[in-house]
Structure formats: C-alpha cells, structure tokens
Ligand binder design. Structure first.
Ligand SMILES: [Zn+2]
Length: 82
C-alpha cells in the first residue's frame, strides 16, 4: 500500500488510499475504495463493492462510479490488472 501514488488533480499532493464501510439494511454493506488528498480533501472514487445476503448466501457486487475525470485512468488501469 505504501507504493500507492496518485497525485491530486487539484494540488498535486500524493493522495492517500482509503476504504470506508457503510452499513445498510439487512446486513448489507457498501465498501467504498477511494483516494483522498490529505491537503485539500479532494476525493476520487475507485470502486464500490456491495456485500449482501441473498437467501442466506453472501453476494458481492461491484458498483463503479462513472466520473469523467482524467485522474480516473490510473484507477481503471489498476482494476484491469487483476
Ligand atoms: Zn489536493
């Protein structure tokens, strides 16, 4: 994780990678992955995973933000590399 280095589109400071878990109804969770600038607070979403229970089974779905930002390119490339 120390090598994650995406510069902030606003001020150029290296952004930090954050993971946020949001609890929803029926045990559903939304896990948000995003970059956040420590200086100005600018956020760039990477991906959102939705974890839910369907008939007692755990289902994970990927939900992506569609942002027309050139800074998204880095995140898209990383995602393809899996
Ligand atoms: Zn910034």
């Amino acid at each position: 994780m120390a090598e994650e280095g995406v510069p902030c589109p606003r001020c150029g400071v290296k952004m930090e990678y954050w993971v946020e878990i949001e609890l929803g109804e029926n045990g559903q969770r939304r896990i948000k992955y995003y970059y956040r600038c420590p200086r100005c607070g600018y956020r760039v979403s990477d991906a959102v995973l939705v974890v839910k229970r369907v008939d007692g089974r755990i289902v994970v779905e990927r939900e992506e933000y569609r942002q027309p930002l050139s800074s998204r390119v880095g995140a898209v490339k990383r995602a393809r590399g899996r």
